[in-house]
Design a binder for this molecule. Structure first.
Ligand code: SF4
Length: 427
């Protein structure tokens, strides 16, 4: 069987440079994982439109398209193209899961939720010539998960080819988080067996790893065992974790011993009112400055994530946040405009309040305002977002921020790392 797996590029036209940089960081591991369930004799091609031109003149037996919200229109276009040739098309992914009724007309079969249970079921049905129109994931497990078919990934096209995922979801439930939409209707946090995760790590070439898990530290028992197992492997790695997990005694030390060098931390907002409204309780009453100090004392660089536009934010939020981040010596920061993704509690609330102002999915990229903010205008929110990036990544800000570190070596490392990101982030 000839199978074509496609990750379409987002369709937003305004920013031709931003797209390739941001999305050519990581290869499409999800598709490579689905590919691992196919037979060895199947002829499989994985194409990622962010890094290569799609070959659309082919005639596979089956086309599988992973759909993100910002690539939805392009995904539907590609689906139409193949279906017009009589080829069987499957659509799955986050956007299909949150809006299955929208996606269904463009597909022969749609998938909602993670694919580990429903994709093999579909393959059995497809081979028996009895595929269903829709498969909804209910049984969430990573037991028996095969290794992703990394041989199908063009490693040289990616800035971070050594990415890996050893869990699914997150134990927390924040109102704005898209993961809730994806895991609704079943378990929303589960991990690989530790030995299986270690075996996959061991199979990867090179020294550097990037864990793409939503919250690598979400199950402290699993994470502790994983870090113990990784100790001595000689890896250097980055991941995402929460404020709470960074403060947990012992776990962070194990992570550092096993090679953690940079952590993406969702601080999100400096306002407790915002945190409470978004049900991000795990950040409430935490000493953010202590989190950063603890990470820095252990030699871990911080990539801090902030969201602008929550209901307690006014026009002073941008300067206050940037000033605070610089004072703490944060190496890199990622700013976002609050985005009410369909399927989230935030979207439900905003819709009920009549505050959704735009349903053009191309603009749901955390850089556009698609709702009516509470204490800001939409224009001020976007202007403040861009200003925050500019201010944070100014050279004098970087140098000022580096002074928060004690030793000269750490200050120079800060300048080199933040300066490197300075080139990319404003784009
Ligand atoms: S902690 Fe992060 S990943 Fe988990 S639900 Fe909240 S925003 Fe999502």
């Amino acid at each position: 069987m000839k199978v074509k797996m496609i990750l379409p590029a987002l369709t937003e036209a305004k920013s031709p440079f931003w797209r390739p940089i941001k999305y050519s960081l990581f290869p499409p591991l999800g598709l490579a994982t689905l590919a691992s369930y196919l037979d060895e004799t199947d002829d499989i091609i994985v194409q990622d439109e962010h890094v290569e031109t799609l070959e659309l003149n082919d005639v596979p037996d089956l086309v599988v398209i992973q759909v993100y919200i910002t690539s939805a229109y392009r995904a539907y276009q590609i689906a139409d193209h193949y279906r017009a040739k009589g080829i069987y098309v499957c659509l799955g992914g986050l956007h299909v899961t949150s809006l299955p009724e929208e996606a269904a007309p463009y597909a022969d079969t749609i998938f909602t939720g993670p694919g580990e249970d429903i994709w093999p079921a579909f393959l059995r049905d497809f081979k028996a010539k009895q595929p269903k129109k829709r498969y909804d994931s209910k049984t969430r497990t990573l037991l028996d998960l095969p290794f992703p078919r990394r041989d199908l990934i063009k490693r040289n096209l990616y800035l971070v080819p050594n990415s890996i995922v050893v869990s699914r979801g997150c134990p927390h439930v924040c109102d704005f988080c898209y993961k809730e939409a994806f895991f609704a209707g079943g378990k929303s946090f589960y991990t690989l067996a530790t030995d299986r995760a270690l075996a996959e790590i061991d199979s990867l070439p090179g020294k550097h790893l990037y864990f793409l898990d939503d919250h690598l530290f979400g199950n402290p028992h699993f994470a502790g065992n994983l870090f113990d197992g990784m100790t001595g492997m000689g890896r250097l790695w980055q991941a995402a974790g929460t404020v709470q997990s960074a403060l947990r005694p012992g776990l962070l030390e194990k992570a550092v011993t096993s090679g953690l060098r940079s952590l993406f931390v969702g601080f999100e907002t400096l306002s407790p009112t915002n945190l409470a409204q978004q049900h991000k309780y795990q950040n409430l009453n935490r000493d953010y400055a202590a989190v950063i100090k603890r990470l820095h004392d252990l030699g871990v660089m911080v990539n801090a994530s902030f969201v602008f536009g929550m209901d307690d934010d006014d026009d002073s939020i941008f300067e206050r946040t940037v000033e605070w981040a610089i004072k703490q010596g944060i190496e890199t920061a990622t700013f976002h405009i609050l985005t009410p993704y369909p399927g989230t509690a935030l979207h439900q609330r905003m819709q009920a309040e009549g505050r959704i102002t735009n349903s053009n999915w191309d603009l749901y990229d955390t850089r556009h305002t698609v709702f009516r903010p509470n204490r800001l205008t939409a224009e001020n929110l976007e202007a403040g977002y861009w200003r925050a990036y500019r201010e944070f990544y100014r050279w004098d800000s970087i140098i000022q921020s580096s002074q928060a570190h004690k030793g000269m070596a750490d200050q120079l490392r800060h300048i080199a790392y933040a300066g490197g990101w300075k080139k990319f982030e404003p784009l």
